[in-house]
Structure formats: structure tokens, C-alpha cells
Ligand binder design. Structure first.
Ligand code: PRP
Length: 196
């Protein structure tokens, strides 16, 4: 097995070549330190609102995994975590408006305070679909926290209670966000040259 790291990748190759996965190509947009500081601020606001409500945090896979993990560990009160997988992009870098539930909640949310945890809102179609779908299950409340928001790209009508960062209309990767399943494990939010 060849475990050569991306920094040692060979000469340029096709789209699946390790050459396409050079960390050096990723320009930092939001540093690890800035991410953690802002998540700390969001946690303070969420704690003030939810401390006594034992909310259900619904993580939208896969992109929101690191955000959920870091946010939840900064929330010093009783809560539950659930996971949903919703596909909106497939292999394209553009939102199609077509949303599919790939994995549903494992629990009944009727009468519960639900907080959807998203990594990014772009067109807003994913969350519009998700909030409509979850609302039919009669939660006591339903709100959204997103780490990133591209307000300039919004097409769907939706309300997001907590937003980490408003970002420009660039294709971003890292901290859970991917380009064709790559870059999710970068510890910061970055922009890859030549994508988007
Ligand atoms: C991304 C992101 C959001 C959605 C936002 O998910 O995580 O869920 O797109 O786009 P929208 O506002 O235009 O609907 P994606 O479908 O890429 O799945 P992933 O999280 O598994 O990468």
C-alpha cells in the first residue's frame, strides 16, 4: 500500500490523480482559530436560548460533522444529537434544487426543540426542503444554525436563526465541506484555485 502524502504527490495527472489534491492549492478563507472563536460565540447564544430545553441537534451529513462536533462540545447542557443525510448537489458544484433524503432521523421529534446544524446555506433549497419536512412532524420549535452562508446566492425563502460567517460567492472546501468528496478533512475553510 502506498501511503505517500499529498505533499509528495507526483506529476500532474487526471481528475482522480493525487496531483489534484494538493493542500498548497487551497487558499485559507477562514482560519482554524477564527472558526473556533466564532463557534464559541454561537455556542454562547445557543446556550442562552436552549439551556433548559434539552434540544435535539440535527446534523446534516456529511458537511456539518465537524461543526456539530465542535459546537456540541461547547454547549454545557443536556442535549441529543441526530443525523440526517440529504443530497442536493451530487457530483456537481452547483445546486440543482433537487433534494433527496438519504438518511432520516432515528427519533420522533414531536414536541421537541429541534436545532438543525448545517455547514453552509447556498441556494437554500436543501434547508427549505428539510425545514418543511421536519415541521410536519410537529416539533415544539425548529431553528437553524449554519456555519457559513452565501446570502448572495439565496433562491429559497428561509429563516436561519444563527449564522457563523457570511462568505463571498466562492466555492469553499474544508472543515467538512468537499469538492467531489475531497478536502473535507482540512481544519480550516479554504478556496481551491480553479473550482467554482
Ligand atoms: C451541501 C451543504 C448543504 C447544501 C447547501 O450539501 O452541506 O447541505 O449543500 O446547498 P443549498 O443551500 O444550495 O441547498 P451536499 O449536498 O454537497 O452534501 P454533503 O454535505 O454531504 O457534502
Amino acid at each position: 500500500m502506498n501511503l505517500t502524502g499529498p505533499e509528495n504527490a507526483g506529476s500532474p495527472g487526471g481528475p482522480t490523480s493525487p496531483e489534484r489534491w494538493k493542500w498548497a492549492e487551497v487558499k485559507v478563507l477562514i482560519s482554524t482559530e477564527d472558526l473556533q472563536a466564532r463557534i464559541g460565540e454561537l455556542a454562547v447564544a445557543i446556550t442562552a436560548d436552549y439551556r433548559s430545553l434539552r434540544p435535539v441537534l440535527v446534523c446534516v451529513l456529511k458537511g456539518a460533522v465537524f461543526f456539530l462536533a465542535d459546537l456540541a462540545r461547547k454547549l454545557p447542557f443536556d442535549l441529543e444529537m441526530e443525523f440526517m443525510a440529504v443530497s442536493s448537489y451530487g457530483q456537481s458544484s452547483e445546486s440543482s434544487g433537487v433534494v433527496r433524503i438519504l438518511k432520516d432521523l432515528d427519533t420522533d421529534i414531536e414536541g421537541r426543540h429541534v436545532l438543525i446544524v448545517e455547514d453552509i446555506i447556498d441556494s437554500g433549497f436543501t434547508l427549505q426542503y428539510l425545514t418543511r419536512s421536519l415541521r410536519t412532524r410537529n416539533p415544539a420549535s425548529l431553528e437553524v444554525v449554519t456555519l457559513l452562508s452565501k446570502t448572495a446566492r439565496r433562491e429559497a425563502d428561509l429563516v436561519c436563526r444563527y449564522t457563523g460567517f457570511e462568505i463571498p460567492d466562492k466555492f469553499v472546501v474544508g472543515y467538512g465541506l468537499d469538492y467531489q468528496e475531497r478536502y473535507r478533512n482540512l481544519p480550516y475553510i479554504g478556496v481551491v484555485e480553479g473550482i467554482g
